[in-house]
Design a protein around this ligand. Structure first.
Ligand code: MOS
Length: 777
């Protein structure tokens, strides 16, 4: 059995390897993005303008309905009880008191829960969306401390919460592994990410390090992090006939619908998930046990259910970022050119998911070095599955790499920006592919100028303002360009010149609906008011996630495909009496609200005129874009130059961030207003990673000890200084609209920029996140 599976995997691997090689060597014109998107050249349209959010008025008026706010007739409210052991058996549950409590509708445990199939875990297939593949309330087994063990439904939330407090559980604990060091001592295993080993080697890096003129060899660590979107994970749902109707807070709509259909063993189209607004996701708004539990309870009770996780519930049920221990060793010659980069270490995952923290990802394409050794090992603990959390890999990987680069610059006595520029690679150091577009040097120069980097005193601890030691630090930010398979869009054009487009995509506050309304208006040459962008519903086309900072690229490519199809369709309808009669599809473009000859815009007919003559009220087209082969042909990454000014109190060790600047190279910026907000949000989350975020995990029993926002600290307004953002705005010639994703890059590099500023201010090098004041005394 396993040999057959291995052979099959090997064969698949060989095919994939061969495809990757062929795509790498193919002429540019054969690859998606080989011909630049014509929209890149359009300079006077809506794209690039700071258009305010089209959903803004709805939001400020309180008229944007979130998952926990949808009204349903006869709603019951749910509360979840969580296990208090890490591993073992649930021996008994005393439910009588809870069942007798006022307003209680149902107490559901593994004894009476409907029979369900285990949910397919993320990345096990294209539409799998679950955080783990454990059965949900199907048996007496406990897999983590905090696992849901019962659900109470009642007429009000307060009654459900009260009744839950009356439940009594008896457990039989079994030995569990919840201590990182203990697990590490037993041995580690090669970590994989998206089916590939997290391991790269070029030359003999250890040998090159040993012989290098300058070297740094240091250990860095980062703690567990929990997701804390301000909107709690929530679901309002009902069984309506044979349809499961769910209002969810989702960033993977089509995936969630398919995965729920597997769990409840029903046709995919009978699960309808909608999610018009999401109050922040960051990788957490996927499918966890709470949606499954709510649907199961609703089925059992025969009533619609609302389940809103408490803040503690989010910590117990929704995974976060797992901890890392990283070694970064850098060897450089007398001029500061890197001869060796070693970035290795250990992270944590569970037996039932596939998401180790891939912290070497940023190092793969960061610098030219003669030799590289990158490796992630993992240990398994009995704990809640960890998951994607804003820039998984890059967020904490850049902390280690970019701290080490600062240490090396200090060792050599070279300006840290100069060290980075000196090691700028000409092609991808691992894959050897050319970069699609890489203008990091421009970002560094412009950022340094704006920030006043030349005023920095390179001597640590040399600048003092009363009690405060003042310093500046910098670091590189980086995040890959992704475009995942699964794009699709449907477009309806009506005789009155209105266009509506349907895709199962997401608005988590990034400005998606606004930006793509701008894009479509430009692509068809119609006013923004004539464009309706419909999204947030699993019944719409596409399997597109708002993740990996790829939604904009996936939507962009889908809109290109559907507009191309529209042109073909209209050309067929235009007939012989049209000014564009007789033209081939590739000689025609959509512009000015109609079709025109590509090189002769005078030959033009409006959409309305074409439809009228053809006696058509509307045209509907649906299309899918070409497979995203471009990322096998070019090395595609965004970059940023991050600058921080920190003040460290010489008496108390208190750290204040005085100023921050992010100078980005992310391709063309589609909307400066929403983009600036994305960049700043990422940087603020990076300040939290640098200075305060830490899940306190009791290694004796696997329990999260600070599952609330008073003990788990995130930045508040007083922690956040003025954050300036700027960008090169140089289009990537090989992406839709010339844009690359911007959602995650802000959190990358920020931790190191802070650590490097703290070092410059105080002379203290903190390699263990978060940088709290006790580490500076
Ligand atoms: Mo992001 S961690 O891909 O939502």
């Amino acid at each position: 059995m396993s040999i057959i599976k291995d052979a099959k995997q090997l064969a698949q691997g060989l095919v994939q390897g061969a495809v990757a090689k062929a795509v790498a060597l193919a002429p540019d014109s054969w690859v998606p993005g080989g011909e630049p998107d014509p929209l890149i050249r359009m300079r006077h349209g809506h794209v690039g303008k700071p258009v305010s959010r089209i959903d803004g008025p709805q939001k400020v008026a309180g008229k944007a309905t979130f998952a926990a706010e949808f009204p349903m007739e006869g709603l019951a409210y749910a509360a979840i009880a969580h296990s208090t052991i890490a591993k073992g058996r649930l021996v008994a549950v005393a439910t009588e008191a809870a069942e007798a409590a006022p307003g209680v509708v149902l107490v559901m445990t593994h004894h009476n829960a409907p029979r369900l199939k285990p949910p397919p875990v993320f990345m096990s297939s294209q539409k799998a969306a679950a955080g783990d593949d454990l059965p949900v309330l199907q048996d007496d087994r406990i897999h983590w401390n905090g696992q849901p063990v019962a659900v109470v439904l009642a007429e009000t939330q307060e009654q459900a919460d009260h009744a839950k407090s009356l439940l009594r559980f008896s457990y039989e604990a079994e030995p569990s592994v919840t201590d990182f060091a203990e697990a590490e001592a037993r041995g580690t295993a090669q970590s994989e990410f998206q089916g590939e080993a997290l391991h790269d080697a070029v030359g003999d890096a250890e040998e090159a390090l040993a012989g290098a003129r300058f070297k740094i060899d240091a250990d860095y660590s980062s703690p567990r992090h929990n997701h804390n979107p301000i909107e709690l994970h929530a679901v309002t749902l009902a069984w309506q006939g044979d349809v499961l109707r769910i209002h969810d807070a989702q960033q993977v709509l089509a995936h969630a619908a398919w995965t729920l259909a597997q769990v409840f063993d029903m046709p995919e189209d009978k699960v309808v998930v909608t999610s018009p607004f999401v109050g922040g996701g960051f990788g957490s708004k996927t499918l966890w046990q709470h949606q499954i539990l709510a649907a199961a309870a609703a089925k059992l009770a025969g009533r619609p259910v609302r389940l809103v996780l408490s803040r503690e519930g989010v910590y117990r049920v929704v995974g976060g970022r797992s901890q890392t221990e990283q070694r970064v060793a850098l060897g450089a010659d007398a001029e500061g050119r890197l001869e060796a980069i070693i970035h290795t270490g250990v992270t944590v995952k569970t037996a039932h998911n596939a998401m180790p923290e891939p912290f070497i990802l940023p190092t793969r394409s960061a610098y030219a070095a003669k030799t590289l050794l990158l490796d992630v090992q993992e240990v398994e603990l009995d704990m809640l599955s960890n998951t994607f959390m804003r820039a998984p890999g890059e967020a904490v990987g850049t902390f280690a790499l970019e701290s080490a680069m600062d240490e090396l610059a200090h060792e050599i006595g070279l300006d840290p920006i100069e060290l980075r520029i000196r090691n700028e690679p000409e092609k991808d150091p691992i894959s050897g592919l050319p970069f699609s577009s890489r203008n990091i040097v421009e970002a560094w120069r412009a950022g340094a100028e704006r920030f006043g980097w030349s005023r920095r005193n390179p001597v640590p601890g040399a600048v003092r303002d009363g009690e405060w030691l003042v310093g500046m630090g910098c670091a590189t930010a980086t995040y890959p360009y992704y475009r995942m398979p699964g794009g699709a869009a449907r477009l309806t054009l009506t005789q009155d010149g209105n266009v509506s487009v349907d895709l199962a995509v997401h608005e988590m506050g990034m400005g998606t609906s606004t930006v793509h309304t701008q894009v479509l208006a430009d692509r068809l040459g119609v006013p923004m008011e004539n464009v309706a962008f419909n999204y947030g519903d699993s019944r719409l086309p596409g399997v597109i996630m708002a993740g990996g900072s790829q939604q904009t690229a996936a939507i962009g490519a889908s809109l290109i495909a559907v507009c191309d199809k529209l042109v073909g369709e209209l050309l067929a309808l235009a007939g012989n009496d049209s000014p564009i009669a007789g033209l081939a599809a590739d000689a025609v473009v959509a512009r000015d609200g109609g079709l025109a000859k590509r090189d002769d815009p005078q030959r033009h007919e409006t959409f309305a005129s074409i439809l009228q003559r053809a006696q058509r009220q509307s045209v509907v087209v649906e299309a899918t874009p070409a497979s995203p082969l471009e990322t096998m042909h070019w090395s595609m990454h965004s970059h940023g130059a991050m600058f921080c000014e920190a003040r460290v109190n010489a008496v108390t060790g208190e750290i204040r961030i005085a100023r921050f600047l992010g100078s980005f190279d992310c391709g063309r910026i589609l909307n400066p207003k929403t983009a600036a907000s994305q960049f700043r949000g990422g940087i603020i989350m990076g300040l939290g990673l640098a200075l305060m975020e830490e899940t306190q995990f009791d290694e004796r029993n696997g329990r999260v000890m600070n599952p609330n926002l008073s003990d788990y600290h995130v930045p508040v307004h007083l922690d956040v200084p003025v954050i300036e953002v700027m960008w090169t705005d140089i289009p990537d010639p090989h992406t839709p609209m010339g844009a690359r994703g911007i959602g995650e890059i802000g959190i990358t590099g920020t931790g190191a920029a802070v650590a490097n500023a703290v070092f410059n201010a105080s002379g203290r090098r903190v390699r263990d996140l978060p940088i709290t004041l006790d580490k500076l005394l």
